[in-house]
Design a protein around this ligand. Structure first.
Ligand code: 26W
Length: 787
């Protein structure tokens, strides 16, 4: 490795060791690692081709990959060798690894899930491609100014990106707008605008380098570079217009995962991804010498939420308009190929496009959507009149995806039931076998082996190697939990991680924290339904209690928050500000004397999660029941030996079943109780009047105790708590507080705590993304491993 790093430093970077920066070393190391990936990558591609394996195409507007260097080194089994080599060259390993910017091409859960699934497909030898967009700017960077979120553009491609290969030969023209004509009896869409989608490929290497797939990201380029006539007239800005317009398409990721907005550019991005992917899929299929009638035998296409749901109409358009297949055969083929994963029930996040917009941006697709809707009604005459794809001058993308897919899946057992009962009750009745459950999973390679070396070594020392690709084997740890030596070692591993995190917080946030305190962590997008507010209110209550009895024996806690708010989501931004305002008061309160600290490092991302999760004692999963489709952070925490405080929501339900109810802090209303509660318009007022503590907390906020410079700052928030509280923070407040008291009590009994924590790790095998991908392969894709 040493030789290869030096060779790349000189010949790929054009630097000698005496003048190389950390960046140069990182590049040289990345290229050296990449060299080892290329061969298995070629071999996998060749084998898929020669043996005619069925391929899976995972279409997603988001891939939240994070850093790649260390992950690739781990999967190739060469992290230690790389580290030794880089250190022998006088470089600091962590500094080199952490020089890599996160690839933040996603908002949160849905995008990170796509990244875990790509890694598991490669690990399992499931031949496949991910298709996405190569956004020039990923999710915005977050700063705090006076406690408030400020967004700045993210610029991950500022430096060279060593993990991608540009493929100028893999390029397709993608059209928009224009009109539909009939020529020689054939329907022809004549677009008014076109752009080129150019492919950039990233290899995705599986565990132990046995298989590699491709993540193909599309970048937009102009069909005409610039207007030479205008340039020659001296009109330089106008001459560059076509280029600027085209590139806008892959310029930035939409940073909103909360409210859906029917923006034309977003629709264009969705079609840009889907159109390019489908052309690529068809080209590869035909190049293999196969017939289009056999497409579904060779191709499975998964739609990650409705964002690529134009795939149904697009596939029908290609098959009918371009290849003359009759409509009935085309729709049957499309349905056989397509699967649709639903990731949210929140009505405000469900995509609906105004028919005038769809009709203007994609005129031919709009016709085909109407045709599919009519076909569905014709073949399902009992369909109620209020059900359909096009209703009230809108195209409902959920219904479109449902109708054009042979399988629709939810992402946790509870969520799937709610998809059946609340989201698509009528369609479910018409197609009772279509909805299936595939509970989410996370890759143990990144989220345990890579992020938590201390615990990984303990696991390998205890049960031997190989658990990374066979996570159910963690159960073997249970035998050792009775052993005090093992429990001490488990606690010691956590302690190492907590010390490292304390140092990092000291250096970056300037706050000193005690590694012996209970580390209580809530990291995820800021959203009202995720109820960071419930956490802050309980924190204020705790602070108030300490102040009223400062000499009592309080369990020291560090409350850590992380997460971004969508730029236009005012209520979420107010919660961020409140957390920071409360932190400023609590952290500097001499009465508290360090027993309660609130830390909110800005710009939470995948890399920060890798630091925080292994160092956590308590995982906050406190959403309003029925609202969190699954959660995947919850899985990462429990796997790393944090205990969960949580509601019966999403995958929390299954986590609790797996780890055992005695190893989980449950509180709060169930999804059914939530719905009943809402029937009482005064539920919030009743709940607040029943809790003196909550009244006191709201009173302190209203008085401006945390915003002395602007006492009225949170009047709106407090008013909303009394009079609306849609997410039932007040109703769950007392139960949450009691549960938190139980957490403190348990943490004070280390023997009990570490048994529970170790049980969590031992029983989390089910939540490997390998298990999830196996489920998709058998239930939805009909594919087999090539290994
Ligand atoms: C169109 C605006 C928009 C964009 C993205 C609306 C909604 C989304 C996503 C569906 C939001 C999302 O990331 N959902 C999360 O998906 C995870 C993976 O399945 C789940 O674990 C989370 O519970 C769910 O919130």
């Amino acid at each position: 490795m040493r030789e290869e790093i030096l060779r790349h430093l000189i010949y790929s970077m054009g630097k000698d060791a005496g003048h190389a920066s950390v960046y140069d070393w990182r590049m040289a190391l990345s290229f050296a690692i990449r060299d080892r990936i290329v061969e298995p990558w070629f071999a996998a591609t060749k084998q898929t081709w020669e043996q005619g394996h069925k391929r899976v195409y995972y279409l997603s507007m988001e891939f939240l990959i994070g850093r790649m260097l260390e992950d690739a080194a781990i999967n190739l089994g060469m992290r230690a060798a790389c580290r030794e080599a880089i250190e022998s060259l006088g470089q600091d390993w962590r500094a080199v690894v952490e020089d890599e910017p996160d690839a933040a091409l996603g908002n949160g859960g849905l995008g990170r899930l796509a990244a875990c699934y790509m890694e598991s497909m490669a690990t399992l030898g499931c031949p496949g491609y991910g298709y996405g967009i190569r956004y020039e700017h990923g999710l915005f960077r977050q700063r705090f100014e006076g406690g408030q979120q400020v967004e700045t553009p993210e610029d991950w491609l500022k430096q060279r990106h060593p993990w991608e290969f540009e493929r100028p030969e893999a390029a397709y023209e993608i059209g928009f707008k224009g009109g539909v004509e009939t020529r020689n009896g054939k329907t022809v869409w004549v677009p008014a605008e076109t752009v080129i989608a150019e492919a950039f490929d990233m290899p995705v290497i599986g565990w132990q380098g046995k298989w590699a797939n491709t993540l193909r990201l599309w970048s937009a380029k102009p069909t005409t570079l610039f207007d030479l006539a205008r340039f020659n007239h001296g009109d330089y800005t106008a001459a560059a217009e076509p280029e600027t317009l085209a590139r806008t398409l892959s310029r930035v990721l939409y940073p909103d995962d909360t409210t859906y907005q029917g923006k034309e550019l977003r629709l264009k991005q969705e079609y840009f991804l889907t159109g390019a992917a489908l052309h690529d899929i068809i080209r590869r299929h035909l190049a293999g010498g196969f017939k289009l009638a056999d497409l579904a035998k060779h191709v499975a296409i998964q739609m990650n939420d409705t964002h690529p749901a134009i795939a149904g109409p697009e596939l029908v358009r290609i098959l009918t308009d371009l290849y003359d297949m009759p409509f009935d055969d085309a729709i049957a083929t499309a349905i056989e190929c397509l699967g649709y994963t639903n990731h949210t029930l929140l009505p405000e996040a469900l995509e609906r496009w105004a028919t005038y917009l769809m009709g203007s941006v994609l005129p031919r697709h709009m016709q085909i959507i109407e045709q599919i809707d009519a076909w569905h009604l014709r073949t399902n005459p009992s369909r109620p009149h209020y059900v359909g794809i096009v209703k009230h001058h809108e195209v409902r993308m959920g219904e479109l995806a449902f109708v054009t897919a042979h399988k629709v899946n939810g992402v946790s057992a509870l969520h799937t039931e709610l998809v059946k009962q609340n989201l698509f009750p009528e369609l479910h009745k018409l197609h009772p076998d279509r909805i299936v459950n595939e509970t989410n999973g996370v890759t143990p390679r990144r989220w345990l082996r890579m992020a938590n070396p201390a615990l990984s070594h303990l696991i390998s020392d205890t049960i031997g190697e190989g658990w990374e690709a066979d996570l159910d084997r963690l159960r073997e740890l249970e035998l050792s939990i009775e052993d005090k030596g093992f429990r001490d070692a488990f606690a010691a591993a956590k302690r190492v991680n907590k010390e490292a995190l304390s140092n990092w917080i000291g250096q970056t946030q300037g706050v000193k924290i005690d590694p012996d305190a209970l580390f209580d962590v809530q990291i995820k997008r800021i959203h009202e339904y995720k109820r960071q507010l419930l956490n802050v209110l309980q924190t204020i209550a705790q602070w108030h209690e300490i102040r009223n009895d400062p000499t009592a024996d309080w369990q020291p806690r560090v409350k850590i928050f992380g997460g971004k708010a969508a730029p236009g989501y005012q209520a979420a931004k107010e919660i961020i500000r409140l957390i920071n305002d409360v932190a400023a008061v609590v952290n500097n309160d001499p009465y508290v004397d360090g027993r309660l600290k609130i830390i909110y490092p800005p710009n939470y991302n995948v890399s920060m999660a890798e630091r925080l999760i292994p160092a956590s004692d308590l995982s906050e999963q406190i959403s309003t029941a029925g609202k969190e489709a699954s959660g995947t952070g919850n899985m990462k925490f429990a796997l790393n030996g944090a205990l969960t405080i949580g509601t019966l929501d999403g995958a929390n339900v299954e986590i609790r079943e797996q780890v055992g109810p005695e190893n989980f802090f449950l509180f709060g209303l169930t999804a059914q109780e939530v719905m009943k509660h809402r029937e009482d318009p005064e539920h919030a007022r009743h709940a607040i009047l029943e809790s003196q503590t909550l009244q006191d907390v709201l009173q302190m906020i209203a008085e401006g105790r945390f915003s002395p410079d602007e006492p009225t700052r949170y009047h709106g928030l407090v008013h909303n708590m009394w009079h609306s509280d849609y997410f039932l923070v007040a109703s769950d407040f007392e139960a949450y507080r009691e549960s938190q008291a139980e957490v403190d009590k348990t943490f004070a009994e280390p023997d009990k705590w570490w048994r529970m924590a170790a049980m969590n790790t031992a029983r989390m095998g089910f939540f490997s993304s390998d298990r999830a991908i196996r489920g998709y392969m058998t239930d939805i894709w009909g594919t087999e491993s090539a290994l």
